[in-house]
Write a new protein. Structure first.
Length: 319
């Protein structure tokens, strides 16, 4: 009996189960290879742990974190901004070179998700980590209150539209996680709705991963006291007052609810293929170094390559 005869003799249930196994195995193989890339220290760090030790802030899929147990003032052995300036510049240069290779290769892309409480430092992270990156290969999307058109679609529609194309680094300044955060805290949708979105988000991120998009997610963890200091600084400095909104005061009163919502989002959605990092961010200079090194190592683990050049023998440039 040849292979075709054996296939024809399978009953529909056997064919369906075999197809499901093959589909699952293909997805698992892809997820496994991506899991190595998003744990980049296993591939690119010769003498672990790396400096700074960013893997300590990555949340494992089977881990349950409590934000209250994570010190937002942590900064390892570093004492002040001057201690990290040289190392941060090294990481920026790595990012610039690796981003150019990613863009030239034009086969894969990177999605960086930044989430934080108000004043957490998302804008500052983008400004200080991505200095020197070619704007042609990097794009930032900030998500505000959804428009009427966006509300008429499924909640992921507006985010999927902004997913990076091949060769790009895309930064989400706030993201699809807003739809399990603010909507929960402010009772904009029923619990049954926002709770089921954890699974939908995981499936969405797995789908992006299968399409060669590497995802890294950072929660910029600050203390309530630090938030107060930053809000007061905005009030006191005329050049920063434009950043201040009375709504910041209203949102601050919901601190505990937001902390719980963030904990649940991180615990439900830190996967092997799209991990969360909870980065101590009271010290901005340490936050920047941790994030820069984590992204640079991830890009190095991806190892993007310049495409082969055309055959250029005997080329003469016309006068």
């Amino acid at each position: 009996m040849n292979q075709d005869d054996r296939t024809n003799n399978l009953n529909p249930t056997d064919v369906t189960e075999a197809e499901e196994r093959e589909t699952t195995q293909a997805a698992e193989q892809k997820a496994s290879s991506v899991a190595n890339v998003v744990s980049p220290e296993t591939l690119v760090v010769n003498e672990p742990p790396p400096k700074p030790d960013y893997p300590r802030y990555r949340v494992s899929p089977d881990e349950r974190i409590r934000l209250a147990d994570i010190n937002p003032d942590a900064c390892e052995h570093y004492k002040k901004k001057k201690d990290v300036e040289h190392e941060l510049e090294i990481q920026r240069k790595r990012l610039a070179v690796l981003q150019e290779r990613l863009y030239a290769e034009n086969k894969r892309s990177v999605l960086i998700v930044l989430q934080a409480m108000d004043t957490g430092g998302k804008d500052g992270t983008i400004k200080h980590v991505f200095q020197g990156i070619n704007p042609q290969g990097c794009q930032v999307w900030s998500f505000k209150k959804p428009t009427d058109e966006e509300l008429s679609h499924d909640f992921l529609w507006r985010y999927h539209r902004r997913a990076p194309r091949r060769g790009m680094i895309t930064i989400f300044n706030r993201s699809h996680y807003e739809d399990v955060l603010i909507v929960r805290v402010k009772d904009l949708v029923p619990e049954q709705v926002w709770r089921q979105r954890y699974r939908v988000i995981n499936e969405f991120e797995q789908m992006l991963t299968l399409d060669n998009i590497v995802i890294i997610k950072f929660f910029l963890h600050i203390s309530k006291d630090e938030q107060r200091r930053r809000l007061e600084s905005r009030l006191e400095d005329p050049d920063k007052r434009w950043k201040f909104s009375i709504n910041d005061v209203n949102e601050r009163q919901l601190w505990d609810k937001y902390q719980q919502a963030y904990e649940d989002a991180i615990n439900n959605c830190s996967t092997a293929y799209a991990p969360w990092y909870v980065v101590p961010s009271n010290k901005k200079w340490y936050r920047n170094l941790v994030i820069a090194r984590a992204i640079a190592d991830t890009l190095e683990a991806m190892n993007p390559q310049y495409p082969a050049a055309e055959k250029l023998e005997n080329i003469v440039i016309p006068a």
